[in-house]
Write a protein that binds this ligand. Structure first.
Ligand code: HEC
Length: 164
């Protein structure tokens, strides 16, 4: 009776050790051009929330903790980051303006509670969004493209006149 758990542990140990030698087909490396953080790209307050809670899976700024290199966790995390970046990649945002649609999709995901992924917030408590965070994101999302560009040219105007 007492030998069975020992053998099971040994077999499990060997399996986990063996897994470390199975390469990940295509590791989601952080590209050479990680792009800017959202805080520098969009509304700073909303940007800071997205940087804190979403950046690990939706940009090239992924922080890979030590356990992200240990199979089988590495396989799962790598899959999440690949899928997440395919759906939404903040690193491309500094080049393209953010469409109202893309912003609305973000508001939907956070207000519906599907994002950030639950498994992620278990490990990263600070990534959980408060009601206020969700409201800020959705206010930013509901500004139309015309309003957004008017706001940014106003900001430029005030800045240039302010400099004089
Ligand atoms: C742990 C990784 C992870 C984090 C953190 C994360 N996402 Fe995602 N996100 C994903 C994955 C994976 C998908 C693709 C889901 C699918 O294909 O089923 C996704 C999909 C999405 C989509 C596409 C629509 C949808 O629901 O499938 C949006 C929008 C989105 N995420 C927004 C966010 C926002 C905003 C945050 C931060 C508040 C965030 N995500 C945080 C992994 C993550």
């Amino acid at each position: 009776m007492r030998r069975i758990p020992k053998q099971t542990a040994l077999i499990l140990g060997c399996l986990i050790l063996g897994m470390q030698f199975i390469p990940i087909a295509k590791r989601s490396e952080n590209g050479k051009a990680p792009g800017r953080h959202m805080q520098e790209t969009i509304d700073p307050q909303v940007g800071a929330i997205l940087d804190r809670s979403c950046e690990d899976c939706h940009s090239n700024h992924t922080r890979w903790p030590w356990y992200s290199h240990v199979a089988p966790i590495s396989w799962l995390l790598n899959r999440d980051v690949t899928k997440g970046r395919n759906k939404l990649d903040f690193s491309e945002w500094s080049r393209e303006p953010v469409s109202a649609n893309a912003r609305m999709e973000i508001c939907d995901a956070v207000s519906g509670g599907s994002m950030p992924l639950r498994g992620y917030t278990l490990l990263h408590g600070d990534a959980k969004l408060s009601e206020q965070d969700v409201n800020l994101i959705c206010d930013w999302a509901s500004v139309t493209e015309a309003q957004a560009s008017a706001a940014s040219s106003n900001a430029i105007l005030t800045k240039t006149t302010g400099d004089r």
